[in-house]
Design a protein around this ligand. Structure first.
Ligand SMILES: Nc1ncnc2c1ncn2[C@@H]1O[C@H](COP(=O)(O)OP(=O)(O)OP(=O)(O)O)[C@@H](O)[C@H]1O
Length: 287
């Protein structure tokens, strides 16, 4: 599904002493199947933006088109949009409420009006996608599971709806490194396998550099930078001026270049850094 946001402005508590402009004339186009990283300092408007995409918030002004359909139009039925745009909130496990893992994941598909056997298939498939063993966990209470497993149950609940656009607001916040890596790998795999449009909100430049095709940088409610990871992370000064940085490994490579100018410092992932260091070692051996 393609997304087009035109001049979107959003004001919380308008005309009150608590009025706050969270989005200011934001225009963005996202093509079908893109993997977008949405980054920005805390309070820059990322969550406010994502909540507009499934109709949870209505623009103060501006338009949002999903597959050319204007979802800000009063006549568009929001449940229809929510079937297509899945939003995984920050700490989604706090929203688990059913007594078993099965019932929690089945909640969305049941609301879609699917038959019992279709619901069961959706639950099995979604649990498989996030690597949760179906037989072992389906009758367990989500509250007996580990934090990482609960997060997966919550993500599976959204995946079971088979959304065409998947929005994940910091899906790895608060998880241990192993669970983080596993969940990110699964999101990557999902994007490749299902071809859905994915928007990943993250504070981790490392994760963003590794995963996404294009980055949108928000600053004070506006789009500050948009481009590939390479194009974005080359703008170090601009990023630092708005309180962001580049992946840690890029700073390491910049330091190495200061010591030996033959180093390439146009590097954003650990994999790229490994290759560059190996090349440097080979050059030294041959010298
Ligand atoms: N419910 C609300 N009522 C009033 N103002 C709000 C509300 N939610 C957010 N804001 C304000 O809107 C602005 C954007 O907030 P938003 O949550 O969209 O930022 P964010 O980039 O997602 O931040 P974070 O990275 O901390 O999640 C901030 O100034 C915030 O204080």
């Amino acid at each position: 599904m393609s997304i087009k946001i035109e001049n979107l402005t959003y004001i919380y508590n308008p005309k009150s002493p608590f009025e706050s402009k969270a989005l200011d004339h934001v225009s963005i186009e996202i093509k079908q199947g893109e993997f977008i990283g949405l980054i920005g300092h805390t309070g820059s408007g990322k969550s406010t933006l994502t909540q507009h995409l499934n109709g949870l918030l209505k623009p103060t002004s501006g338009k949002i088109y999903i597959n050319n359909l204007d979802i800000t139009d009063k006549n568009v039925k929001m449940p229809e949009i929510r079937k297509k745009v899945g939003l995984v909130f920050q700490y989604p496990e706090h929203q688990l409420f059913e007594e078993t893992v099965y019932k929690d994941i089945a909640f969305g598909p049941i609301n879609l009006g699917l038959s019992e056997s279709e619901v069961e298939n959706r639950v099995k498939e979604a649990m498989g996608l996030v690597k949760l063993p179906y037989e072992e966990l389906k009758d367990r209470s989500p509250f007996e599971l580990s934090g990482g497993q609960r997060r997966r149950v919550a993500i599976a609940g959204v995946l079971a709806m088979k959304p065409e656009v998947l929005i994940l607001d910091e899906p790895t916040a608060g998880l241990d490194p192993k669970s983080r890596d596993e969940i990110l790998q699964q999101i990557k795999h999902l994007h490749e396998q299902m071809g859905s449009t994915v928007i990943l909100v993250s504070h981790s430049m490392e994760d963003i550099a590794k995963l996404v095709g294009r980055i949108i940088v928000m600053h004070k409610g506006s789009v500050a930078i948009t481009g590939t990871a390479r194009e974005t992370f080359r703008q170090v000064e601009k990023l630092e001026s708005i309180g962001l940085g580049i992946p840690q490994i890029s700073y390491v490579m910049k330091k190495l270049k200061e010591i030996d100018p033959s180093f390439n410092d146009d590097i954003f992932t650990v994999e790229e850094a490994k290759d560059e260091i190996m090349k440097w070692i080979r050059r030294r051996k041959n010298a």
